[in-house]
Design a protein around this ligand. Sequence first.
Ligand code: ADP
Length: 601
Amino acid sequence: MLRFFKKIAPWWLLVVGVLVATGVVWQAARLTYDVALESIVKTGEERLTLYSGTLREALSRYAYLPYVLARNGAVQELLDSDASSEQVNLYLEGLNREAGSDALYVMDATGNTVAASNWRQPVSYIGQNYGYRPYFIDAKAGREGRFFAIGATTGQPGFFMSYPVHRSGRFLGVVVAKVDLDPLQDDWHQGGEIVMVSDANGVLFLSSRKDWKYTTLTPLSAKQRAHINAGRQYSDQTLKLFPLQTVKTIDSNRSIVRDGKIRYLLLSRQLVGQGWKLFHVAPLAPVRERAEAVALIGTASALLILALGMYARERRQKQLSRHKAREAEAIKAVNLRLQEEVEEHCRTEHALRNTQAELVQNSKLAALGQMAAGIVHELNQPIAAIRTHSASGRLLLDRHEEEKARESFSSVTRITDHMASITAQLKTFAYKTPRHCEPVLVQDCLTAALGMTETLLAEVGVVVEIQQPAEPVMISGDRNRLEQVLVNLVRNGVDAMRETERRLLNLSISIDRELVEIVLSDSGSGIEEENLSELFNPFFTTKEVGKGLGLGLSISYRIITDFGGTIRAMNNHGAGASFVVRLPTLLIQTTGATETAGVKR
Ligand code: ADP
């Protein structure tokens, strides 16, 4: 059981649960005990009220008898003269029968019984002397006698009530009425009640529990014993100590006593008159049983609640762990799917990379092929020309036509110059050009570039428009290289306008803040959208083999970026294309007579 609980709950929760349950059960049992005790006390008090009433009523019912007898003429006559007792005996017998008392009798001044209601019975009081009885002594002293005692003659216990008989102030004797209290005691017994009455010495002389009768609540002193023996009150009864021990004294009239393991509630009430005390004894077993039942039910309920709580907790935990397991399963599945996707992506990426590598390789080969074709075409013609010119030069020398031979060899020189210019262009890509920067006047470069392309412009019939500021626009760079860029751009523009009707080349120079902007706009064929991003790549050309190497723009790009500027191409809204070059302005600062130049980037 404990292992089961341990499995489903932490030990501290179990301990707390058990402690709380024990506390609650203990309190409930205590409360039940107190309530039941209170109820039994209340019942006992009610019984005491009832029984004290019946006892008082039983005694007072006969109280008048001694008084009436003491006043009776025949009784007085009997005691005052030697008259026969027969008449009085008959009278007492009749009266006793009618009144319901146990016995009526008359004693003379010495205590000798001279007449009695039981005169006919074998055990008659007549002739007996009861002068030692306290009720005689009290009556002789002029007081009413009240006394409980075991009958000295009959051995029957009874309550004796006496009254003195006087005539003309003389004490003649005592009349006594004996009342049997056994019926009362039997009633209590039959009612299932334990009711007891003690006298002034604490001797229980009436008790519905026979074994407790004639015991003393407290040990008797020697004086008390002597007094009891003098009046022969309890005949030869040993008067042992009351067998119950006090466990707890609630107050002077309430205590808890025990007889072995059996516990009782002892309630008492003082009776007016003889110093008697009435006791009601109630067993506490029902009270304890009720508390035990509550404790048992409480414990069972607590255990049940605890078990149900633990069970519910275990179920919840199981549900939680099932839920977690499901979640973990779902996460695992998602992870697996992600992993697969990642692997798939990796595979795709790998394939793409392969394809890209292949493409790069192919495009490199294609570029190489294109370049090779271009170079071959560009150089083949001059080589063939050189061969022809040098052969004809040799022939002319053989014929001694030196002048013509010199012209032929001059052509060879010119052609090799042209070849050198081609290879010089290619050198731009072979290694980084050392940076040589100087102030350059942009307007001059533009004029020089137009001068270099003058023949071509005229040949194609291009109209040139120029917008430029009046003041000098300076940049930091290399004049020749900037001219080379502008020549390239002008040539491309012209090439694009060869097939168009309108052939207008617009050139503009402007300064926007710290930047110089040079725009070359033509009215040519324009650039295919898909080629815009390719233009500046080396060996990209749309021109026929031999007509273009695809190096012009890539060289221009290299030069402009070397100057710290930018170059870009775009199509015009109407027709043709525009190339925009932006370069940092070189600010001229005038300090007195000297001019210094500095670049602001
Ligand atoms: P190439 O002139 O030898 O072809 P470039 O690098 O100078 O090499 O030019 C690359 C390509 O850019 C040209 O083949 C052409 O298709 C395109 N291009 C350059 N300038 C223009 C322009 N003004 N209009 C239309 N296309 C142009």
